[in-house]
Design a binder for this molecule. Structure first.
Ligand SMILES: NC(=O)c1ccc[n+]([C@@H]2O[C@H](COP(=O)([O-])OP(=O)(O)OC[C@H]3O[C@@H](n4cnc5c(N)ncnc54)[C@H](O)[C@@H]3O)[C@@H](O)[C@H]2O)c1
Ligand SMILES: CC(C)[C@H](C(=O)O)[C@@H](O)C(=O)O
Ligand SMILES: [Mg+2]
Length: 357
């Protein structure tokens, strides 16, 4: 198959982890006879430096025309002055809104070898296989903002159609998994959450084969650590999803492991690791590339319709972790390149096994 893939490396460790993920895509293309074309574009702080705009027009045009978009990370201390008029993160938020990618899928699976890295007792981690579906283009991130010298507001706004479509996506995904959806809100306090809960309840009637339960976000934050294996698909609003998924990184051992896919209806999918630009380790070749590599596995599955290839990339990553080729965030000594080379070697080994069969 042919595919045009826009690469937006961004800032900090973004270029290091996207380079790793692109080498995996190139390998998949070469082995399967696929024609993937790649083009790199600016986003975030580096785009502010070069063009004064965190999402240059050219980047947006190419992203919209692409079959899929891979993003590294944006932001960093250089652009974090509270008084700055323009911020790297605005570029990412605009990109998500312009692409209409309202459903952000963040799978969380604990690799048995890494269970000991979690602050939780490993007997709580067996069988943890979560899929967060985070609403990505609404809520406090996109509401009106006001600011005077001593008062600031961020409006949280949700409409019924916005909640319906993301809940529907969560229920659809639950059908191919454990058929359980947990909808997370703060309906005891927030009006937007009451709308969310009513809407989730209504959408549930379309999926009688999927069980729905509601959890308040504060309680969910605890349950995620005390009973993580009890959940399947967790659907929630933008801000709660951001926070809960970084918390979930503690279950798997490192933020550097978690991927994401952001999907809309018929638009380019956007794929990014859930971590940020990690300024504390940027430029040293030590960033964990697995979150980015698993993000391209999601790209193969959701945008390029290559589910077998996606499964192979995931299997190769599992084998690399089994073999103990780990970056420092996981207690190892391997660099970004060594881990990437190990994933490529496992892809070659998997291909050899297929040929021999
Ligand atoms: N999608 C994005 O582009 C995105 C996501 C989150 C944060 N950010 C931005 O990144 C900047 C830094 O934010 P932060 O420090 O709060 O969060 P961060 O995710 O960049 O880093 C948090 C911690 O996790 C570590 N870490 C993250 N990814 C890693 C990886 N792949 N390998 C090894 N260790 C890794 C970092 O070294 C750091 O100690 C901010 O400007 C923030 O807005 C961007
Ligand atoms: C950088 C920031 C805008 C972003 C978010 O909050 O969505 C990040 O934390 C993420 O999780 O992708
Ligand atoms: Mg986040």
């Amino acid at each position: 198959m042919k595919a045009r893939i826009a690469i937006l490396p961004g800032d900090g460790i973004g270029p290091e982890v996207t380079a790793a993920a692109v080498s995996v895509l190139r390998d998949v293309a070469a082995r399967g006879g696929h024609e993937f074309s790649f083009s790199e574009h600016l986003i975030g702080g580096c785009a502010i430096d070069a063009q004064g705009d965190p999402l240059p027009a050219e980047t947006l045009i190419v992203a919209k025309q692409a079959d899929a978009v891979l993003l590294g990370a944006v932001g960093g201390p250089r652009w974090s002055d509270p008084k700055a008029k323009v911020r790297p993160e605005q570029g990412l938020l605009r990109l998500r809104a312009e692409l209409g990618v309202y459903a952000n899928l963040r799978p969380v699976r604990v690799h048995p070898r890494l269970a000991e890295l979690s602050p939780l007792k490993s007997d709580r981690l067996g069988g943890v296989d979560l899929l967060f579906v985070r609403e990505l283009t609404g809520g406090a991130y996109f509401g009106a903002k006001t600011r005077t010298a001593d008062t600031a507001t961020d409006e949280t706004r949700y409409t019924t159609p916005e909640v319906e479509r993301v809940c529907r996506r969560a229920f659809q995904l639950a059908r191919s998994r454990g058929r359980r959806v947990t909808s997370v809100d703060k309906a005891n306090v927030l009006e937007t959450s009451r709308l969310w809960r009513e809407t989730a309840q209504r959408v549930a009637h379309e999926f009688p084969d999927v069980a729905l339960e509601h959890q308040l976000v504060d309680s969910m934050a605890m349950l995620l650590l005390t009973r993580p294996a009890a959940y399947d698909v967790i659907v929630t609003e933008n801000l709660f999803g951001d926070i809960l998924t970084d918390e979930a990184a503690a279950l798997v051992g490192s933020l550097g492991l978690l991927p994401s896919a952001s999907l809309g209806d018929g638009t380019s999918g956007l794929y990014e690791p859930i971590h940020g630009s990690a300024p504390d380790i940027a430029g040293r070749g030590v960033a964990n590339p697995i979150g980015a590599i698993l993000s391209v596995a999601m790209m193969l599955r959701y945008s390029l319709d290559l589910p077998e290839e996606a499964g192979r990339v995931e299997a190769a990553v599992d084998r690399v972790i089994d073999a103990g080729v780990l970056t420092r965030d996981l207690g190892g000594e391997a660099g970004t390149r060594e881990v990437t080379a190990a994933v490529l070697a496992q892809l070659a080994a998997l291909a050899a096994t297929r040929e021999a069969a």
